[in-house]
Design a protein around this ligand. Structure first.
Ligand code: SF4
Length: 295
């Protein structure tokens, strides 16, 4: 296999596989603003790089499982019918696809890395570096989206191209216990904010997506207090971009969550209510951000 010649190490219970990827590595994406024909999320200029089917972080709220269960059976087989977080397929020809990608074609264009998996999973970070080593000198810009401190291994490289890269982390809550319930394989929220502090030391452009913001649940009843805890941290970090989004229902993510939390989750009208709370909280902490409405 082409995957750095190493055996893929997967968390217990995760089923692995391979698939064939077609060049180029950069594909069109709707995760961009409305003016560029997208869904209104400022995550790229309409481009994305994804190079795995599945994500070993397996966050319970993730929106991606639905996409693979609908569209990835042809490429990855029945593997994707396993529960989210418990399947992971990698391209057997990634090196070849990298070589066949005409990187200069996207010079000056921002590409999201990545939208259907974390690019800094322990199984992927070496490949992400190889992608950046090819794309950055060719002038490609990136919005790197991660929950993983492994991105810090690439800070030296990224800082050489600091005007081409926005580094964003996601945090749903500052409540550690609640975080363990909804994203048990990801480092704690504090450590993710630490990534941004460390990135500041390298002079990198940074951002945060506060998402998904949950309605009141037993594990984290006070939405306002939680948002305030995040904002208090951000007032010291001062990221360049702040975005927010409430919990959205996609496929069976609500069922995964209700099982993990042991309670029913009610979302009626929460998106609008939470947008107001988000804007007010940021204002109280002298911060500005943008709320991404449910679409
Ligand atoms: S890290 Fe992102 S892609 Fe991976 S499971 Fe969590 S939300 Fe989904």
């Amino acid at each position: 296999m082409d995957f750095i010649g190493e055996r893929l190490t997967l968390p217990s219970g995760v089923v692995g596989g391979t698939y064939v990827l077609h060049p180029p590595l950069i594909k069109a994406s709707k995760l961009t603003n409305a003016e560029k024909g997208g869904v209104g999320k400022e995550l790229s200029d309409g481009w994305v790089i994804n190079f795995a089917i599945g994500c070993t972080f397996g966050c319970k709220f993730c929106y991606v499982d639905e996409i693979h269960k609908k569209f990835s059976v042809r490429r990855a087989g029945n593997l994707v019918n396993n529960p989210w977080g418990n399947y992971f397929s990698v391209p057997e020809n990634l090196r070849e696809v990298m070589e066949k990608t005409p990187w200069e074609k996207w010079k000056g264009q921002e590409v999201m890395l990545s939208s259907t998996h974390d690019p800094y999973l322990p199984q992927l970070f070496k490949w992400t570096r190889m992608i950046l080593e090819r794309a950055l000198p060719a002038g490609v810009k990136f919005c790197i989206q991660t929950r993983s401190p492994l991105v810090e291994k690439d800070f030296n490289l990224i800082s050489e191209y600091s005007k081409q890269v926005r580094l964003q982390v996601s945090v749903a809550t500052m409540d550690e216990k609640f975080s363990r319930m909804i994203e048990p394989r990801v480092v704690k929220p504090d450590r993710r904010l630490e990534i941004l502090r460390n990135a500041n030391d390298y002079g990198l452009l940074t951002g945060i997506i506060i998402a998904p913001v949950f309605p009141p649940v037993k594990g984290r009843p006070d939405v306002k207090a939680d948002l305030e805890s995040i904002a208090a941290e951000l007032s010291g970090i001062r990221p360049d971009h702040i975005y927010g989004e409430s919990l959205h229902v996609r496929g069976i993510n609500l069922a995964y969550l209700e099982e993990a939390l042991g309670e029913k989750i009610t979302l009626n009208g929460f998106d609008t209510e939470c947008e107001q709370l988000f804007n007010q909280t940021l204002k109280d902490y002298n911060l500005t951000g943008r709320w991404w409405r449910e679409y």
